[in-house]
Design a protein around this ligand. Sequence first.
Ligand code: PEP
Ligand code: MG
Length: 892
Amino acid sequence: ENKDQKFVYDFTEGNKELKDLLGGKGANLAEMTNLGLPVPPGFTITTEACKVYLESGAEPLALRDEVSAHLDALEKTMGKKLGQADSPLLVSVRSGAKFSMPGMMDTVLNIGLSDKSVEGLAQQAGDERFAWDSYRRLIQMFGKTVLGVDGELFEEALEEAKTAKKVTVDTDLDAADLKKLVKQFKKIVKAEAGRDFPQDPREQMDLAICSVFESWNTDRAKLYRRQERIPGDLGTAVNICSMVFGNLGPDSGTGVAFTRDPASGHQGVYGDYLQNAQGEDVVAGIRNTVPLADLESIDKKSYDQLMQIMETLENHYKDLCDIEFTIERGQLWMLQTRVGKRTAGAAFRIATQLVDQGLIDEAEALQRVNGAQLAQLMFPRFDEKAKTELLGRGIAASPGAAVGKAVFDSYTAVKWSRSGEKVILIRRETNPDDLDGMIAAEGILTSRGGKTSHAAVVARGMGKTCVCGAEELEVDTKRRRLTVGGTVIEEGDVVSIDGSTGKVYLGEVPVVPSPVVEYFEGRMHAGADDADELVQAVHRIMAYADRVRRLRVRANADNAEDALRARRFGAQGIGLCRTEHMFLGERREMVEKLILADTDDEREEALKALLPQQKQDFVELFEAMDGLPVTVRLLDPPLHEFLPDITELSVRVALAEARKDHNENDLRLLQAVHRLHEQNPMLGLRGVRLGLVIPGLFTMQVRAIAEAAAQRIEAKGDPRAEIMIPLVGTVQELEIVREEAEQVIAEVQQRTGVELKLALGTMIELPRAALTAGQIAEAAEFFSFGTNDLTQTVWGFSRDDVEASFFTAYLEKGIFGVSPFETIDKDGVGSLVRSAVEAGRATRPDLKLGVCGEHGGDPESVHFFHEVGLDYVSCSPFRIPVARLEAGRAAA
Ligand code: PEP
Ligand code: MG
């Protein structure tokens, strides 16, 4: 600890920029004080003091003296001393971190009351009941938060007192009742805490300060920070504020107010007021509040003053503010203000309203919204007001709200959906075989796998709701049922899944559609009702973002339908077309033939059969993306993924043998499955390695691309195909593929007489590729960072398993705040990306650079990719608006 460090700031010394040091509450109290608003005098102990306390277990040496000096000054200002017997100064001790953590940390009011000063307060206020009520509140709060007494004990005693008197509300207890209650509360403290309730006011204050420091590290505070991604080492400030009382009679009261409606963004009088009450009464809902507008008839002077202050605050903060205030005998006091939380929809509306009011410019408007809010607005939601029965919880893998009948296999999903049923496909985990079922289903629920599991990635790609890794759910696909606790869900029972929260419900939860998607889809335009107002705001903000962003945004899409949607959503091309999706379904048989081929002739025949199909796929894709770049990635996954499951096939073969029913093809298949089996398929025969080992495979794909491009040009189209080689680790691999590809392209050019400009590039998804990017750039016209595999290989984490296995423990231990598969790990993976960008450009200054891993649609990662100078990000169609917005925010 630094000797000259200042740990305590008077409210007159701070300002709103000092949130790191004074916390949000302290910084804003200071700001209001300096604006000349009526804030009860006080001072703030810095977060630095808290950090020292948490690290060393003791307050900084200088703190006590500094607090004494500030307390002296406060006592002079107020003309009374803390806890003074005849006319006590009372203070509140409130927590206040940089980021708001509502209700997570401690606060103690009425510090300074004791057996002696309670009498003084009674006299000073001319209200004995009030004084004893304040005292019992102090013992209760102090007992619970500072001394760790179970709060229930106080509540029970209070309830008993009311029952004994046959009344129901606290205010019906008179001074004599409360005196008795205070005695009882003190007994509870003594019995439970093993010490007397401290009578020395300064001791009360010092203990309360330490307790606030400690409350930074309670389990619930830690949990909240993890969820909100608030760093764990910030610490909290402590605000010592002279008490004002809203419970001094009918001309007193307390309330909360918003300068605009936090749900709609509309300006108006929003808030609640409670007469003759203190702040916690409002929160606890002990008595019913009245709408803030009613204050006008209760206390016109205070109401007018409050309206004036709210206007001042809005104009000063240039944003929606929320406020806590107290009226003490007709005198208005501001206890807190901050830039208020709002719904996602209100954030967009308020940002554009403030632009219209001339309070902020477009660049600032972009900072007032974010991609997470936009994503929230894009998914249909469950009606919040609906009654629900929670079954369990998994990983929120792909947002949205889906309702349907439970089915446990792809076949049933397709069959039922064809007959008009809505279904939820429930599997332990999914694989490419489930694709048809996933397409047919409203949503996908799995009990295994994380955010990059097959189910999650494919669902996100399709914009389909998915909850994965819901481990409490026992999925029994054989018996077609799901068990959780004592509940059994049979095939056909209705379930609802929320891909934004990971929650799984029994039965149908009603859903409301998203007008924002209707807008992006071009199905909704301007109008006057509430939804359209939101759409207008989104429309304007997107225009600001598009105007300033440097990053281009492409889509990960592999069929014309997705490509067209992506275009509607603003995609400027396709950054990743995964061709393996074109090898499934009916074509599987051809792929099997290819894999099983014993001779060159057989292989060539199989490839020949695949060629026209592939070509047609590309023709459609290039047409859908006419005039825009389409990056086609050659086949990537290990071949065994296209073969039947080893266990199922073994059983089939064994059964056939037993029946003496010899099936030559199955036998060959089984041999092939065994031959291709790998312990670590993700590190095995896949990507460019396949292309080098299976003769003719990549050249067939290149031919299909080239012929499709030629056909489109002949049809007066403008195809802009780019050929991308996956999983390259060394430039030599790329050179071989490149040579072969160039030959094929030349052949097609010659035969068709059409000039083709096909760029050839590579993915960077192995550490070695990133480390030798300078060499690789010699053979590549573009790089696309495959950050899924790059994250997998840099960390040595299996992307399909870790999130469901040990990531929870890692997150709990704070090893990372968010999965590196979701948000780019800047220090590790990101630093490889950065250096590969530099090395690549050093070799080839016009090297085109993009990213097509899942991170391409993640808000925080988009900012990183902007910063390292990529040319584009590529993401699933539904994340395109989010990526556009974040790219704009990064550039603004
Ligand atoms: C990647 O690895 O980041 C990538 C985009 O490829 P895939 O997810 O298909 O392995
Ligand atoms: Mg990859």
